[in-house]
Design a protein around this ligand. Sequence first.
Ligand SMILES: O=C(O)CCC(=O)C(=O)O
Ligand SMILES: [Fe+2]
Length: 229
Amino acid sequence: MLLHVPEILTPDEVRQARNVLARAPWGSGRITAGEQSAQAKNNEQLPETSQETRELQALVLAGLERHPVFFSATLPKQISPPLFNRYGGAANHFGNHVDSAVRYLRNGAGRVRTDISCTLFLSEPEEYDGGELVIENPGSQQQRVKLPAGHMVIYPGTSVHRVEPVTSGHRLASFFWIQSMVRSNEQRQLLFDMDSHLIRLRSTIGETDSAVIGLTGTYHNLLRTWLDV
Ligand SMILES: O=C(O)CCC(=O)C(=O)O
Ligand SMILES: [Fe+2]
């Protein structure tokens, strides 16, 4: 499932993040790449442990937590600490790759299986040329994604993807991975569709309609069957 999740951050929060990023200590993006993706990766990144990274992580995680669609779409079990990247100038692209299956958290703090990959855009599309996130889907058309600042795209961790060269300006983003309580993309998609339809039914037919109550029960019973908590 590729999904555009709008307005994770408010315009004010985006401004706040941009102020922090403007004074942050950027370094090579290769530090967190696996062997294959290090060959393909040519961008900049904030060190995982800098004060600025921590400040921005709290902002992003709070945005995810309060978002009405994020939980239903991802059913998160674990979220890897958000990281921050920049493309532009000499470090301006990330060639085709698949993200590593596991992210090891710092200081032996555990592991995250990368079921879902996320990019939260922090630059407006008109601030740079190029820089589309291109996601290849076996058997169907590739998708080219470039979203307003504060908006996020989520896509299966299994996808081959790349970031096209940024030919003018700079592209800032946050990126991270989610281990979902529902490992299968297909099952997670079905659950998200069902929950989205149910939300619409509740607002049209009402919370107390017996079929709405019954279907809500079916949704939770399906969750109980497929969930790994
Ligand atoms: O910058 C992006 O949108 C994606 C970054 C990426 O693919 C990665 O860090 O693995
Ligand atoms: Fe990636």
